[in-house]
Ligand binder design. Structure first.
Ligand code: NAD
Length: 355
């Protein structure tokens, strides 16, 4: 990969690489944009086939974090850390502490938290070597599990989407088809069921399906979920699931879920728009987790503040729908515009003050 050219074309500020042969750590931190504040994003540990794959993931995910925090109104930029390795076999205390040392070298330009392959317990080791960690367990004064607020934010996004499509934001009697029934989907489903919505779920894990059944959720086969006739399709497992194959199968009016990077390509967002399916942009409605973690920064964690900020996702989604309607653009473009407008306005303000 032509690293500097890629950074220039996507607007990345910094990419740092680190190797610690003693612990076996090989990691990358990508900082996309710090206009709004220090970059923040989780540490992903994954057995990437190549270094290029790891770098590409760090670049892509850090950029998405800039948009997520900007749209959520947070004073944070976008960053992401990736560790090359298998979290089941390669993760040791020494490796995690070496990662903490690496994070610390950036002097607070990057704040880390959990992501795929890392847990709250891992953060406790990272925290031994750096203060630049958020999302610690509540017993350590942190904000704890992010999925609770992520689930709330998705529910708020669904309600705003419902208001846009049906003129009322109640989800009572609506059918929501959830792909994946893990932590985020489970918390979203609690709100939906409390509203008397019907929830249908698919998962590849029997334990997840058992949890769904215990909550009164109907279960279907993992590949059948795309064909379920529903009001809202909620991708809550994997990225790239909205693509030219699956769009033809969807039988919903709204796509709104927790998974990151749901659109395989930007064109898929345009195609949903052409078909009259409202897409609730993933980075906009799944921001509850980063909102919750950010509530730890600079003040004692207050769950009520975090909840109130997460509930504002309703207003943000409504604003995206209004822009989409007025400017006749897709909701994914409208959400990008929302984030870019905030970033540009803060950049301009700084330029004016610099003279
Ligand atoms: P999780 O691991 O608890 O749940 C994911 C579920 O998806 C699991 O039950 C898994 O078995 C299932 N799954 C995997 N492949 C599947 C497939 N092909 N079909 C159906 N089910 C499948 O993870 P989570 O924390 O609930 O996160 C879900 C998604 O939301 C992820 O994409 C994550 O990146 C994203 N996200 C999570 C948070 C958070 O706060 N946890 C925040 C933002 C975004």
């Amino acid at each position: 990969m032509d690293i500097l050219n890629t950074m220039v074309s996507c607007g990345h500020e910094q990419v740092a690489m680190y190797s610690d042969p003693e612990s076996g750590l090989r990691g990358i931190i990508a900082i996309h944009d710090t206009t709004l504040g220090p970059s923040c994003g989780g540490t992903r540990m994954w057995p990437y086939a190549t270094e290029s794959d790891a770098l590409a993931d760090a670049l892509r995910l850090s950029q998405a974090m800039t948009y997520k925090s900007a749209a959520a109104g947070l004073n944070l930029g976008g960053g992401k850390g990736v560790i090359i390795g298998d979290p089941r076999t390669d993760k040791t205390e020494a490796l995690l502490r070496a990662w903490g040392r690496f994070v610390d070298t950036l002097g607070g330009r990057y704040l880390t938290t959990t992501d795929v392959g890392t847990t709250g317990r891992d953060l406790e080791s990272v925290r031994q070597e750096t203060r630049h960690v958020v999302g610690l367990d509540v017993t350590l004064g942190g904000s704890g599990d992010t999925s609770l607020m992520t689930g709330l934010g998705i529910y708020m996004g669904m309600r705003a989407g419902a208001a846009g499509v049906w003129g009322a934001d109640s989800l009572r009697g609506r059918t929501v088809a959830m792909q994946g029934f893990g932590k985020v989907a489970g918390h979203t489903a609690e709100h939906l069921l409390a509203d008397d919505a019907h929830v249908i779920a698919a998962d590849i894990s029997e334990a997840a399906l058992d949890r769904a059944r215990a909550m009164g959720v109907k279960v279907v086969g993992a590949d059948d979920i795309y064909d379920v006739k529903c009001d809202i399709f909620a991708p809550c497992a994997l990225g790239g699931v909205i693509n030219s194959d699956t769009i033809n199968r969807l039988r919903c009016r709204i796509v709104a879920g927790g998974a990151n990077n749901q659109l395989a390509t930007p064109e898929d967002g345009e195609e949903l728009h052409r078909r009259g399916i409202i897409y609730a942009p993933d980075f906009l409605i799944n921001a509850g987790g980063v909102i919750n973690a950010a509530a730890e920064i600079g003040q004692p964690y207050n769950p009520e503040r975090s909840r109130q900020q997460t509930e504002r996702i309703y207003e943000q989604m409504s604003a995206v729908l209004t822009t989409s309607r007025k400017q006749e653009i897709s909701t994914s473009r409208a959400a990008n515009l929302l984030a870019e407008t905030r970033l540009d306005s803060v950049r301009r303000m700084r330029q004016i003050w610099r003279g």
